[in-house]
Design a protein around this ligand. Structure first.
Ligand SMILES: Cc1cc2nc3c(=O)[nH]c(=O)nc-3n(C[C@H](O)[C@H](O)[C@H](O)COP(=O)(O)O)c2cc1C
Length: 450
């Protein structure tokens, strides 16, 4: 059983001028904060400027950014208490809008209610909210705190004039919500929800902007489509295959996501500048950088490596991601992510025919650890994934017959990797669940190196 305090998000649902919501919420948050088993985060929707912007990934940039912070706070919560008034027998539109922008952040978590209003005490708003949260796989607790004729309930210092009844109701509510929070946190950690079993793991990247280099094909395309499926708006970088990039963007959009393409040929001076100029034309900040673009080189042992081939390989695989990352840093928002696609060949698996390729990627292992140390204070994590042999067109049809059988036999899992295998790992490193992992090299080789 996980014993650390539960994180309780207290959501203030009313946003109108002159509202009583903060009075009610501040009193309740004080009751909750007095308990050692709770960390309380008061989320006042009046501070989240999404207004009436309805759920859509093409919402304006400031809306998406404000939403990103809200999303992270909801995702971090183990339980929720919604403080809601009653407006015309229901609850405020701002609350509905904030809920509708989200989904998985509420899954398998308890939601309790503190309501207030006129004669109803807000209980009709609560009944409507119960139906909404059932749709989001949340559990609502039975007991509530409610204030009838709320205008008369609080004194000038914000305390209930009759403190005993509300405090007793708050204790009952908190006992229920903390029990559910503890049980469900354990369950979420150990037992996949039905959604996860179906392979749709929602990471909650709504409101985030990602850039994936080399995203028109192969691993990069899989990463771009996966991040978009998790809700991120994705910049699809490509070098020259405009049609393939267009297809990646179209695939993302057809699935309901948002993407735009950015062209920049990597491997020559000015490449990073061109890439970021293209990006800046569409977005005013970055949350996730994925350095994926790379080439294999001539695939020869040391005696066959030419000076020209070696320098081009390093220009694309090492110099380009270095300067792309350098110029990403000022654009990255706090708590952002830098994820690089390296290779298993830098550690644990040596391949003489990939000597120059592995050397060019080894530099990115170092980029990862050094930057992780520098950017940690901003909450930015920097990690590298180390794929094994992944079945993409970069191998130009060589992964067939005996070669395929032999390579597959080298992995305990008995098969080559797929672009989706790498994309799933990158999505994990992009999401909030990986927030305490940085400077890490994550092997995605199906165990080839063990
Ligand atoms: C537009 C509107 C509709 C309301 N409808 C109801 C209602 O149907 N039932 C009720 O008990 N109180 C109703 N009230 C009273 C509110 O619940 C009360 O004013 C409460 O303080 C509003 O919360 P707020 O001050 O945080 O906005 C309504 C108030 C407003 C502004």
């Amino acid at each position: 059983m996980i014993d650390s305090p539960q994180r309780l998000a207290v959501i203030v649902g009313s946003v109108r001028d002159g509202r009583l919501g903060p009075t009610v919420a501040t009193w309740f948050a004080g009751q909750a904060a007095a308990r050692p088993d709770l960390d309380v985060d008061v989320i006042d929707l009046a501070d989240v400027p999404i207004g009436a912007a309805a759920p859509s990934m093409s919402a304006p940039e400031p809306v998406l950014r404000a939403l990103g912070e809200l999303t992270a706070r909801l995702a971090a919560a183990d339980a929720f208490v919604v403080v809601t008034p009653e407006y015309n027998h229901s609850y405020p539109a701002a609350l509905k809008n904030a809920i509708d922008w989200h989904n998985q952040q509420f899954h398998a978590k308890p939601v309790a209610f503190v309501s207030y209003g006129g004669i109803s005490g807000g209980l009709r708003a609560v009944e409507h909210l119960r139906a909404v949260f059932a749709e989001l796989h949340a559990v609502t607790t039975r007991d509530t705190v409610s204030f009838h004729g709320v205008w008369e309930c609080f004194d000038g210092s914000g305390q209930p004039k009759d403190p005993v009844g509300p405090a007793a109701a708050a204790k009952t509510l908190l006992d229920q919500v903390t029990w559910w929070a503890r049980i469900l946190r354990e369950a979420r950690a150990t037992t996949p929800t039905p959604h996860e079993e179906k392979g749709v793991i929602m990471m909650g990247l709504t409101g985030k902007t990602a850039l994936v280099t080399g995203a028109s094909r192969g691993i990069g395309r899989a990463i771009a489509t996966r991040l978009a499926r998790e809700g991120a708006r994705v910049a699809v970088h490509y070098g020259s295959d405009h049609a393939a990039a267009k297809d990646t963007v179209a695939t993302i959009e057809a699935a309901g996501g948002v993407a735009f393409s950015v062209q920049a040929k990597l491997g020559a001076p000015g490449d990073a500048e061109a890439l970021w100029a293209g990006f800046d034309a569409h977005a005013d900040g970055l949350d996730i950088l994925v350095n994926n673009a790379g080439i294999l080189g001539d695939q020869t042992e040391i005696d066959g490596v030419t000076r020209e081939g070696f320098e081009h390989l390093f220009a694309v695989n090492t110099t380009a991601p270095f300067f792309i990352t350098q110029q990403a840093v000022p654009r990255l928002r706090d708590s952002g992510r830098i994820i690089t696609v390296g290779t298993m060949l830098t550690r644990g698996a040596a391949m003489p025919r990939a000597i120059d390729y592995a050397m060019s990627k080894a530099a990115l292992d170092v980029l990862t650890t050094a930057l992780a140390k520098q950017l940690g204070p901003r909450g930015i994590t920097v990690n590298i994934v180390a794929p094994g042999v992944i079945d993409t067109d970069m191998h130009q049809g060589r992964l067939v017959g005996d070669a395929l059988a032999w390579l597959s036999s080298q992995t305990p899992l008995g098969r080559l990797g797929t672009p989706q295998d790498v994309a799933g790992t990158v999505a994990f490193l992009a999401c909030d669940d990986s927030r305490y992992i940085t400077g890490h090299r994550l092997d995605v080789s199906g165990g080839t190196t063990i």
